[in-house]
Design a protein around this ligand. Sequence first.
Ligand code: NAD
Ligand code: UDP
Length: 343
Amino acid sequence: MRILLTGGAGYIGSHTAVALAATGHEVVCFDNLSNSRAEVMDQLETITGQSIPLIVGDIRDRTSLEQAMQSHAIEAVIHFAGLKAVGEAVARPLIYYDNNVRGTLSLIEAMIACSVRTLVFSSSATVYGEPQYLPLDEIHPTSATNPYGRTKLMIEEMLTDIAAADPDWRIAVLRYFNPVGAHESGLIGEDPNGIPNNLMPFISRVASGRLERLSVFGDDYDTPDGTGVRDYIHVTDLAAGHLAALGAISSHNEPISTWNLGTGQGYSVLEMVRAFERVNGVCVPYQIADRRPGDVASCYASPDKAKAELGWEAALGLEDMCSSMWRFERMLATSNSPQATAT
Ligand code: NAD
Ligand code: UDP
């Protein structure tokens, strides 16, 4: 298929581009580079041996989306583009509604104008709010605890209405748990601007000395070691989940379906710290700090529906998550060193 990836230059989009290209799909990335760099396309060419086009544009600009879809005869869209920082969303909610909700509305309008009705949407486990039971399955009630989560929920509801109004749509809503890790080459990964909000990029930077120590947000939760438990999923597995979802919606009759993409296995913050140290032979100094407002004790998926309906399940464990992140971190250190810049 010819597939447009909105946000394709970003962390999950770039890994999905690799997976799609490897299976013979034609990929076009559409990204405004607000949280990514055009150089990632060179890395994608090195990894895939193919030149993947990047259209620099904003999803709120419907005309440029339509041009992109028409000129590349696009048949399906995977919609990654969005802002995702919870703290920023709380401080500046309008930017999130504008970018995420209005951006998706513009994308849907452009798709309708171009007669493209196959869509995979990046949602998040955040739509489950405070877990009422674990593991979280797709019928768990949804709610939002912050404006970022509310944009995901609003988009999910919008997509449900659109699919009800026009049964020709084929939409996959994918609720990601905690994506971590990097491509095995070490050439692409997650390199957030500023100080990372998420645990694993923070751990990586502490290990390499770019940050001094990790603050563990709370050690008095109702979990085995008192620290927060999450379902970490390797980004390569996540990318494969998109392929599986695209295959499923292209061949079945439901206008919209929702799947969790997680492993079903929860790990605590301290388990992640120790795994990273053990796998990579590094030291990650940490201190116990106050709980982070809004955090829940435990959150992990039931991956059963994805396994039954998509034939997909995560294959990579903690070892691969930690080693690939470290390879990417070392690659960044080399490319940022004065010596590397000079040569
Ligand atoms: P990312 O920031 O690395 O990638 C998003 C990409 O979208 C970036 O390249 C950015 O430049 C682009 N973008 C943002 N707004 C745009 C706009 N208006 N027009 C065009 N491009 C735009 O983030 P990611 O981690 O790859 O996340 C991808 C998607 O998955 C997001 O929608 C995010 O909310 C969702 N998600 C991510 C996580 C996670 O932990 N990474 C978890 C759950 C859901
Ligand atoms: N966490 C932490 N220190 C950090 C960042 C995160 O202790 O610097 C904890 C956080 O409290 C949670 C887990 O790590 O229990 C995962 O947090 P992350 O922000 O990566 O994901 P999310 O909260 O979105 O699940």
